[in-house]
Design a protein around this ligand. Structure first.
Ligand SMILES: Nc1ncnc2c1ncn2[C@@H]1O[C@H](COP(=O)(O)OP(=O)(O)OP(=O)(O)O)[C@@H](O)[C@H]1O
Ligand SMILES: [Mg+2]
Length: 400
């Protein structure tokens, strides 16, 4: 039977798909225009003393005493008289401690004289392997810990950008994404697209669909030898703002195309996220093989590529799932200490919060069952803290 006969009135399946796409896209645009209010930007919640203590390393009692002695500025109190701190105020506390506390330097974890900006790509070409979730949680955790962080969205799907409360389809339809700084014709300085976010110390270089142009333009540029080549474009763009940050966290798309290679070649370190299932691990092996080959070819042309570290993160891990645990063990037996000891646990707190574009750091603790939140915080903080040691090592610091 002819396939078009099943769709009376439609010329072909292709035409029918195009018509569906157009209808959906119109309806979505309309919906977004109706619900989009630029003034309704996201804001960040305030933090309790126990959280401030955990983030800064100041004991709860010291925090209280220093307040009584007037060393710290007054902060808001809740109905039960407990202090509540904004991220800015946490930073202020940290700076006072750095100036006046014993071993003050320990309160400032960021770059010191001579330390290179750390640029970290979160990568894997398996879709849904927790790249964006990892990128945003690390970026937020490190901002709360006192680092100056730039999150770079290199995925035209722009999930990371959406997590920051933007509607890329509307706000960055024409311009305003990292593409503007990477494009071959009239690129703009990266600072023109970088946005402050509602998260203190965390800026964003957004993505949008337009970024997908970079793939085709790069193929053309290679053919016509347009300089600088893709291998240098992000590195050059980041150079402009390098003094403003301690860490750059790049969320990569789920392909090993020019966009991902551009990110990898600008990076000082890589974090590969992997869900410990047979299919995901097989896919990662393929990714590594292809990436290795591409990098070798590039190295022949441009000289050695010098990453400070390559780490693997076991993501969306369910410890009670026996095949997953076996696969995690298998990965560790082969990749050894390149695999972070702490896995990122699978948790409804992450997936549910993701639906409303929130992370576990943005959730009000009262919004989630305490046990669920504590468990996931322990896991994600554990991942971030362990990986932070790798970053500190790249700066030549011993980890106490
Ligand atoms: N630890 C976790 N616990 C529960 N859900 C998770 C966890 N990590 C990720 N998810 C969910 O899995 C889905 C895919 O995650 P995410 O978007 O981070 O993957 P990705 O690798 O960035 O995907 P893509 O390849 O499409 O960019 C999301 O719905 C996310 O909320
Ligand atoms: Mg993603």
């Amino acid at each position: 039977m002819n396939s078009t006969a099943e769709f009376p009135g439609a010329k072909s399946i292709a035409a029918s798909i195009s018509a569906d796409a157009a209808r959906l896209s119109d309806a979505l645009n309309q919906h977004m225009r109706n619900s989009f209010q630029p003034e309704s930007r996201k804001t960040l919640r305030k933090f309790h003393p126990a959280e401030v203590s955990e983030l800064t390393g100041i004991s709860m009692s010291n925090l209280r005493t220093r307040h009584q002695e007037g060393d710290f500025p007054d902060v808001e109190t809740d109905s039960r008289g407990r202090r509540l701190y904004s991220a800015e105020e946490i930073d202020l506390v940290r700076r006072v401690m750095a100036r006046t506390g014993r071993n003050g330097e320990a309160y400032l974890p960021g770059r010191r004289d001579g330390d290179a900006l750390q640029i970290i790509s979160i990568v894997n070409f398996k879709g849904g392997s927790s790249k964006t979730t990892t990128a945003i949680h690390l970026a937020q955790r490190y901002a709360l810990r006192g680092y100056r962080v730039l999150a770079v969205d290199m995925d035209p799907q722009a999930s990371l950008t959406t997590m920051f409360g933007y509607r890329p389809e509307i706000e960055f339809a024409e311009s305003g994404t990292v593409y503007d700084a990477l494009k071959y014709e009239d690129p703009v300085p990266l600072s023109h697209v970088v946005r402050k976010t509602y998260f203190h110390k965390l800026d964003l270089a957004p993505a949008g669909l337009l970024l997908s142009e970079y793939e085709t333009e790069t193929a053309y540029a290679l053919q016509h030898k347009i300089d600088p080549p893709f291998t240098q474009r992000l590195a050059i763009a980041l150079d402009e703002i390098e003094a403003d940050y301690d860490l750059v966290i790049i969320d990569c798309p789920p392909q090993l195309g020019f966009t991902t290679m551009t990110a990898l070649l600008a990076s000082t370190g890589l974090l590969i996220t992997v869900v410990p299932s047979m299919l995901d691990v097989a896919s990662m092996a393929q990714f590594l093989e292809m990436a290795g080959e591409t990098v070798r070819t590039l190295e022949e042309a441009t000289g050695p590529i010098d990453w400070s570290f390559l780490k693997y993160l076991i993501a969306r891990f369910e410890p009670t799932d026996v095949p997953q645990s076996q696969m995690a063990g298998f990965l560790r037996s082969i990749l050894l200490d390149q695999v972070l000891n702490t896995p990122m646990l699978k948790s409804t707190a992450i997936s549910d919060a993701g639906m409303t574009q929130q992370t576990i750091y943005e959730l009000e603790p009262s919004q989630v069952v305490k046990k669920t939140l504590d468990r996931v915080l322990e896991s994600v903080n554990g991942v971030a803290d362990e990986f932070e040691k790798t970053i500190q090592q790249a700066w030549g610091r011993r980890n106490e």
